[in-house]
Design a protein around this ligand. Structure first.
Ligand SMILES: C[S@@+](CC[C@H](N)C(=O)[O-])C[C@H]1O[C@@H](n2cnc3c(N)ncnc32)[C@H](O)[C@@H]1O
Length: 352
């Protein structure tokens, strides 16, 4: 791996300093109709500075009085959407290490306050901080979110944790720390600040195969959310290894095409945008519960089927099941049990 940790972190900050000063339409956002929320008027600059590849705001995660943490504020769009639900001073904590980005978000939230009489900028507590060392106390947040940031982090698993060596000019060490790569560290931080059963809502690009080193090591492409992304499975594995025993996949759709000629690839590669939620519950002994929208349907002569492991399928009714349970039920080889494929759009009703 040819990335130097200090140099790469500097590049990331440069990319986002620029993107704070002049909106960069090429960063992240996928053209699509903006999410409509009644009574929420979004300043156009926030759309221009939408540097996310999806959304982390999902109704099923909202709880009364829960504190929300949003990491990597960008232009403030998602923080504003979370504030729509929180509606109280400090209801949303938003972290960003880039001063120019924090200032841009602050300005954009002032604009939002002029457009929305219910909103006050104090609802979003913007803090200087880093995903790798969150300025937030342990177990104080019910919902943590990040959009299109974690894909730019290096991982220890793929040998990307950076060259070792002396501290750079910033005083920052080339060593990623005891927990491995930056991604592992960022996930451990999210896990630390969440309350038990707290939720981690994430949106990031994923790749269908491991991207080649010449792209993964390109600091600018990587900082721009193009070439650092993991495969779907590696992304899920990292979340589970951080201690999230349940994972719900909410969406999976095309994000960017990396053209074979322009990116020096054997074949063009289609990146996807993945939205999911990790839940801070213990990982079961027999493996995590990853919900991808599969269902199981019993159609035999009895009113229901009980697998003896807590899953009761009522006759003819699709029951949402995690991938582990789906595989176990399919493995029974019964003609009266049908297991449907993933929809990549799980919205609740789980089995485990
Ligand atoms: C791709 S942008 C996404 C912005 C925003 N989440 C959105 O969806 O529009 C990445 C954001 O993370 C910030 N960032 C970069 N490195 C970071 C780090 N180590 N910790 C926290 N935020 C970081 C950048 O300044 C930028 O605001």
């Amino acid at each position: 791996m040819g990335l130097s940790r200090v140099s790469y972190h500097t590049t990331v900050r440069q990319v986002y300093r620029k993107a704070a000063e002049v909106p960069d339409g090429s960063l992240c956002c996928v053209p699509q109709a903006p999410m409509y929320m009644p009574g929420l008027d979004i300043p156009s600059i926030m759309h221009e500075m939408n540097y996310g590849c999806g959304s982390t705001v999902h109704l099923q995660d909202m709880r009364e009085d829960q504190r929300v943490l949003y990491v990597g504020i960008g232009g403030g769009l998602e923080a504003l959407r979370f504030a729509y639900f929180a509606r109280r001073p400090g209801g949303v904590i938003a972290i960003d290490p880039v001063r120019e980005m924090r200032e841009a978000a602050r300005k954009n939230l002032q604009l939002a306050a002029r457009l929305n009489e219910w909103f006050d900028p104090s609802f979003v507590d913007i803090r200087d901080g880093d995903a790798l060392d969150l300025p937030v106390d342990d177990a104080t947040v019910g919902l943590a979110a990040q959009n299109c940031l974690f894909n730019i982090f290096t991982t220890a698993g793929s040998g990307e944790s950076g060259e070792s060596g002396e501290s750079g000019e910033s005083g920052e060490s080339e060593e990623p720390g005891e927990s491995g790569g930056d991604l592992e560290r960022a996930l451990a931080e999210m896990h630390r600040v969440l309350t038990p059963a707290g939720r981690l809502s994430m949106s990031d690009p994923v790749a269908p195969c491991e991207l080649p080193a010449h792209l993964r090591d390109d600091e600018t492409l990587r900082a721009q959310c193009i070439s650092g992304c993991l495969t779907y499975q590696a992304y899920i594995d990292n979340i589970v290894e951080a201690g999230f025993g349940t994972v719900e996949v909410r969406s999976r759709r095309p994000y960017r095409l990396l053209d074979r000629e322009r990116y020096g690839l054997d074949e063009s590669v289609l990146l996807e945008s993945l939205e999911l939620c990790g839940i801070k519950v213990a990982v079961p002994d027999d493996g995590p519960c990853v919900f991808t929208g599969r269902t199981a349907i019993y159609s035999g002569p009895e009113p229901s089927f009980d697998d003896g492991k807590g899953h009761v399928l009522l006759r003819d009714l699709p029951q949402g099941v995690c991938d582990k349970t789906a595989a176990a039920l399919a493995g029974l080889g019964r003609t009266d049990i049908t297991v449907t494929p993933p929809t990549w759009h799980y919205t609740g009703d789980g089995c485990c």
